[in-house]
Design a protein around this ligand. Structure first.
Ligand code: DX5
Ligand code: ZN
Length: 229
């Protein structure tokens, strides 16, 4: 396997939007690898979040890379605005793009890294042809739209198959998992092949500070590693 260091990307969805700069600084100080930004359009997913203006504000508050997860139907017309706002990685959903290869190309042309996400019910087969062109594959382990939902248990098996696909066609591609990740399942998803972990409610909550929560996740991941079976 290609050696991938474990990355933890906090999702600010459950952070206090009244103190966003503080939430970002806490993630940076706590050793986050990038900031995960969930953009929702109220159409592809049944919720609205924020747009390029907030992404630009986050950019001003951190030197960390910005990982922008677009839960947006046919996102092509919005890509330049997110690139301009400072996105380093833009992830689109396979289910939301009629011409996914063209969308992936556009993201590259804008100078960003590119990811493609799959909803829990979408077969891995949907990304077989696009996988060689990606910097990141995102396996959703909840239905996108809300933070704080429970992890869908079958996601670990899907991650294993996704990791195998990546090893076969594009070993430098990252494998990200997003939704319901906490200290109880992080080791499992890492063993299943994920190397980029998104966590929202496990990091931004009332139980502990952001730095302690990130530390707890890293400790729980321990030395877990993917191995081909
Ligand atoms: C869900 C988003 C996630 C969400 C994760 O639509 O894509 O990034 O914020 O939140 P938790 O970790 O609470 O499931
Ligand atoms: Zn997300």
């Amino acid at each position: 396997m290609t050696a991938h260091a474990l990355q933890i990307n906090p999702s600010i969805l459950t952070a206090d939007f009244g103190n966003l700069a503080q939430a970002i600084e806490a993630a940076q100080a706590g050793g986050a690898d990038a900031i995960h930004l969930d953009v929702m359009d109220g159409q592809f997913v049944p919720n609205l979040s924020f747009g390029p203006g907030v992404v630009a504000a986050v950019k001003r508050a951190t030197h960390l890379a910005l990982d922008v997860h677009l839960m947006v139907q046919e996102p092509d017309h919005l890509l330049p605005a997110f690139a301009e706002a400072g996105a380093n990685l833009i992830t689109v959903h396979a289910e939301a793009c009629r011409h996914l290869h063209r969308t992936v190309q556009r993201i590259n042309e804008l100078g960003c890294r590119v990811g493609v996400a799959l909803n829990p019910a979408t077969p891995l087969e949907a990304v077989r042809e696009i996988a060689p062109f990606l910097d990141l594959l995102l396996i959703m382990s909840v239905n996108p739209g809300f933070g704080g939902q429970p992890f869908i248990q079958t996601s670990t098996h899907k991650l294993r198959r996704a990791r195998q696909l990546i090893e076969d066609v594009n070993p430098l591609c990252d494998l990200q998992v997003d939704g319901g990740i906490d200290a109880g399942n992080i080791a499992d998803v890492v063993r299943s092949g994920a190397n980029v972990i998104v966590a929202g409610s496990a990091i931004y909550n009332d139980r502990a500070g952001v730095d302690e929560n990130i530390r707890t996740l890293r400790q729980a991941a321990g030395n877990a590693q993917w191995r081909m079976v």
